[in-house]
Design a protein around this ligand. Structure first.
Ligand SMILES: NC(=O)c1ccc[n+]([C@@H]2O[C@H](COP(=O)([O-])OP(=O)(O)OC[C@H]3O[C@@H](n4cnc5c(N)ncnc54)[C@H](OP(=O)(O)O)[C@@H]3O)[C@@H](O)[C@H]2O)c1
Length: 317
């Protein structure tokens, strides 16, 4: 199998390339090579997806192409124009941010926007990209991923919790009525490669089973195995203390704001039936914690509370 990964130097696309190498495939990664190294055993072809002719260095046919273009309709369009006729199978990684209403969790999509690099239009760009993929490749595999975790995660969101549990002591956790799901990058990668091998087509959400957030955090604490006391903090106190939900500085990651309460509760049934095979939570936590340790547990985080912020929050109870 000759597998082309548009990316391959970080996180999910790196996991996909690594999975392809593990299975003995001929893996070509197309990237600038600025974000990191491709997995050992994969070949890097340097490309610039911002340039009109940026993919010209990619020659020959591919049994499968995996495109993870995050925020650029033009990248998706150009990849289809250049490579769509030379690929046996096509995967596009979209996001559950494509959905319009996370309060109810309906299946309605955002209006498509054929633009590039507008963070506020992330979901709209994903919808436009999905449409372009399906127009060119009606047999494509499109996965709308939920929260991706594991080795290489640059968001600091899920990883906050294993890292925090590893420090032990009294841990502030949000006391909320909310479900949360996640998907490990290695599981998503295995599913993407399986899809290429089997010629799976169709559009799926890509997330594991949803569980109450409190249960998930308890499970993470158990998996880390340190001596912790989880201290539930009511949502009203979090709001009073100006703690941010979901991500970013001074946040409690994975706690969802009111308008996004159903974002972590999407049905994993179709993905599980189509081959997504989530590893046990303990393994996902071990992978996330190892990654956190490689970054440094005491670093300044993109998401979560600093020890001082957490102490102040607990004192406010
Ligand atoms: N993180 C989450 O929780 C989450 C949730 C839902 C969906 N998703 C989706 O999952 C996917 C994640 O993909 P990913 O983890 O592989 O990371 P990514 O941040 O989308 O990067 C993918 C690749 O793009 C390459 N790249 C950047 N600029 C380039 C350019 N001008 N020309 C050519 N290549 C370029 C990067 O390599 P170089 O810099 O080396 O060129 C990198 O290997 C995205 O589609 C994202 O929307 C993520």
């Amino acid at each position: 199998m000759r597998l082309l990964v548009l990316g391959g130097t970080r996180f999910l696309s790196h996991s996909v390339a690594a999975e392809g190498v593990r299975r003995g495939f001929d893996v070509v990664c197309a990237a600038r090579g600025e974000s990191g190294r491709v997995p050992d055993g994969a070949q890097l072809v340097k490309v610039d997806r911002d340039a009109d002719d940026g993919l010209d260095a990619l020659t020959g046919d591919f049994d499968a192409v995996v495109d993870v273009a995050r925020l650029s309709y033009s990248w998706v369009r150009r990849a289809l124009d250049t490579l769509g006729g030379r690929a046996g199978h096509w995967t596009f990684v979209s996001s559950i941010s494509a959905y319009a209403d996370h309060r109810t969790g309906s299946d309605e999509l955002l209006p498509p926007r054929e633009v590039d690099d507008v963070q506020e239009l992330y979901g709209n760009i994903k919808v436009a990209s999905e449409n372009a993929v399906l127009a060119a490749r009606p047999d494509a595999f499109i996965l709308r991923s939920g929260l991706i975790t594991g080795p290489g995660d640059g968001s600091d969101r899920f990883g906050y919790w294993p890292a925090r549990m590893a420090r032990g002591g009294r841990v502030a956790v949000p006391e909320v009525d909310q479900q949360m799901s996640y998907v490990d990058t290695r599981d998503l990668a295995a599913w993407i490669v399986d899809a290429a091998v089997k010629g799976l087509k169709g559009t799926f959400d890509g997330n594991g089973p949803a569980v109450p957030l409190g249960e998930l955090l308890r499970g993470i604490a158990d998996a880390v195995g340190t001596d912790v006391e989880l201290v539930p903090v009511p949502e009203s106190v979090l709001v009073d203390q100006k703690i941010a939900p979901w991500s970013g500085p001074r946040s409690l990651p994975l706690w969802l704001p009111e308008d996004f309460k159903m974002m972590g509760a999407r049905d994993p049934g179709p993905a599980l039936a189509a081959g997504l095979n989530p590893m046990p939570l303990a393994d996902a936590v071990a992978g996330a914690l190892e990654h956190e340790r490689s970054l440094g547990l005491d670093r300044e985080r993109k998401a979560g509370l600093s020890p001082r912020e957490e102490t102040d929050l607990l004192a406010a109870l």
